[in-house]
Design a protein around this ligand. Structure first.
Ligand code: DGI
Ligand code: FE
Ligand code: FE
Length: 195
């Protein structure tokens, strides 16, 4: 299949499974991930595929996400069991392979870690993590214009800023923090300090 057809096919499949608002976000992430791929010498095609698929398990009930994990031996941590929306990343990576035929490990990982991040992310993983936060349709969050600029200057610095914002937001709103989000934040804080 030609690459452009591939993208068209994936967009069409996802459009059927997401509500209009979520699909608009998906298109924003595809677009932004492509722009960041240009800036950071990453594969534009891979960035677009990962962008289209990153939230493929978002428009699904918690029960369904948990059932997919149980059925396919995907490990569910305690925090994920209590906050099953977090599973849309892991389940999304699984579906990217099984349902959408993605064969590239780097693309799965970009989907799998797009919500919490992880230590030592690949360029593609960071691109999706950042694109998800800064895409044009993202609702206003404090400091977003600065993070958008920063993303095209220093990708690691943008990753760190997003993690700090997310952790502050979770602390203020009383959301339960996934230890993975904290581990990622500490890693990028330490990395910035050393460089
Ligand atoms: O799926 P999206 O809404 O496009 O974006 P996302 O996958 O980054 O999910 C965003 C939400 O995830 C946002 O409200 C913050 C939340 N999040 C990120 N890290 C954690 C977290 N939520 C909890 N409870 N714990 C975390 O550690
Ligand atoms: Fe998401
Ligand atoms: Fe998203």
């Amino acid at each position: 299949m030609k690459k452009n057809n591939d993208l068209k096919h994936l967009r069409k499949a996802i459009k059927k499974r997401q509500d209009a608002k979520r699909f608009e976000h998906t298109m924003g992430v595809e677009f932004t991930a492509a722009a960041l791929a240009m800036r950071y010498d990453e594969s534009i095609q891979n960035a677009r595929v990962a962008g289209i698929l990153h939230d493929c398990a978002k428009c699904m009930s918690d029960e369904k996400r948990l059932a997919i994990c149980d059925r396919h031996g995907i490990m569910v941590t305690d925090i994920e069991r209590r906050n099953p929306f977090l599973l849309h990343a892991k389940v999304g990576a699984y579906l990217a392979e099984k349902k959408y035929g993605v064969r590239d490990q780097n693309i799965f990982n970009a989907i799998k870690f797009h919500t919490t991040g992880r230590e030592a992310m690949s360029t593609l993983e960071k691109i999706i993590f950042v694109a998800d936060y800064i895409e044009p349709g993202r609702r206003r969050v404090p400091g977003l214009p600065e993070i958008r600029k920063l993303a095209f200057k220093d990708l690691d610095a943008a990753v760190l800023q997003i993690l700090e914002n997310t952790l502050n937001y979770l602390r203020d709103s009383g959301g339960e923090i996934d230890p993975m989000t904290e581990v990622t934040c500490n890693y990028y804080r330490e990395k910035a300090r050393r460089e």
